[in-house]
Write a new protein. Structure first.
Length: 367
């Protein structure tokens, strides 16, 4: 079916007999035509106040049955509608990115809690769209900074209308030490202070230094000794800075997991996605939090010569045994080949309860 087929003949305000005829027709084609017809009706006569629960349920039911092209048009048409059903907008926001993008960028229906959910449950592309959203609230911006994902941080730094606090800008500047893409948008950011600009001056390139000097009248001679010392430290390869950076990242990941747990948003699916996004630290802290084991115990399982203990830890938090082999492969790629391949593949034995898996893990790790 093409888009043209279901956009025309009901592109204008549909007549009641047409709607009744489509409602009585159970075919997929009729369901999709009915969805677009009801949308056209609402466009021509927007509902006053909150949309009725019945009409909202009709929208949601029809949208779930619709093909991709229909959902994409629906997202575009509802992106600015203040009468749109909240449940439908949230479904579209978690759809594939081409469908989700219009509502993530513009929908007035999406609240802070909805956007925080997208940051946790959706792909990196969805997270970037959230970071670009105009007039983004401060608590959502803080959540993005907490996550520390370079692409999302860069999108946030480029968003001039986002409500980023003074501490948020400070943290973005700190992130710019390791994320070069952050530096250019931050030097132009309206909330960048002279003090933070002087800090950035020490690690940005020549072109951005000129930009900082032009904007803040930074005294280059005053900063020259600090820059020379930074260059000497870099050439010496100081391990203290590296260790501090690792410790900061670990603490940031721990705090993010704690926030997700407190909000009831930490689930097994999030752990799987953390590994797929190459964020092994989040996986470790998340697995420890969900399972009740210590981070040290999880790290022991990750470094073991056998993958058995890690399997039991994953099973204890609800990660399906059918998913574990692929997850194990990705973990080994991120973890220098560990856990090793010794022992039998216990996940092939059959289902195991979370309680039994927890006991097996403790037997293997605690001694």
């Amino acid at each position: 079916m093409t888009v043209a087929q279901f956009r025309s003949p009901l592109a204008s305000t549909p007549a009641l007999p047409d709607l009744l005829a489509l409602a009585r027709n159970p075919s997929t084609d009729a369901r999709q035509r009915l969805l677009m017809a009801v949308l056209s009706l609402c466009d021509s006569k927007p509902p006053s106040g909150e949309l009725s629960p019945i009409l909202g349920e009709i929208f949601l039911t029809l949208a779930r049955q619709a093909e991709r092209d229909v959902r994409k048009i629906l997202s575009e048409r509802l992106a600015h509608a203040d009468w749109a059903p909240a449940a439908l907008i949230n479904v579209l926001a978690l759809d594939e990115i081409e469908i989700a993008r219009p509502v993530l960028a513009s929908s007035p229906i999406l609240q802070d809690e909805d956007l925080l959910r997208v940051l946790v449950e959706a792909t990196l592309e969805h997270q970037i769209e959230v970071a670009r959203r105009p007039n983004l609230a401060g608590r959502v911006a803080d959540a993005i900074i907490d996550r520390g994902e370079p692409a999302t941080l860069t999108a946030l730094a480029s968003n001039r209308t986002a409500e980023i606090s003074a501490d948020g800008i400070r943290r973005l500047v700190e992130h710019s030490r390791r994320i070069a893409a952050l530096r250019s948008p931050l030097t132009r950011h309206p909330r960048l202070t002279e003090q933070l600009a002087e800090q950035m001056y020490q690690w940005v390139g020549v072109a951005l230094r000129q930009s900082i000097v032009a904007r803040f009248q930074v005294d280059e001679h005053k900063l020259a000794p600090a820059i020379e010392q930074a260059v000497r430290d870099t050439h010496r390869g100081t391990f203290v800075a590296i260790a501090a950076s690792d410790a900061d990242r670990d603490e940031m990941e721990r705090r993010l997991v704690a926030k997700l747990q407190a909000a009831g948003q930490l689930r097994a699916g999030y752990l799987i996605r953390s590994v797929r996004e190459r964020r092994l630290g989040l996986f470790i802290h998340g697995l420890a939090t969900l399972s009740g084991f210590t981070v040290a115990q999880i790290r022991d399982a990750m470094a073991a010569p056998s993958p058995e203990a890690l399997f039991y830890a994953c099973a204890a938090v609800g990660i399906d045994r059918a998913v574990y082999p692929a997850l194990l492969t990705e973990i080994r790629l991120l973890n220098d080949g560990f856990p090793g391949s010794e022992g039998e593949r216990v996940w092939l034995r059959g289902e195991i309860s979370a309680m039994s898996a927890s006991r097996c893990f403790r037997v293997l790790i605690e001694p």
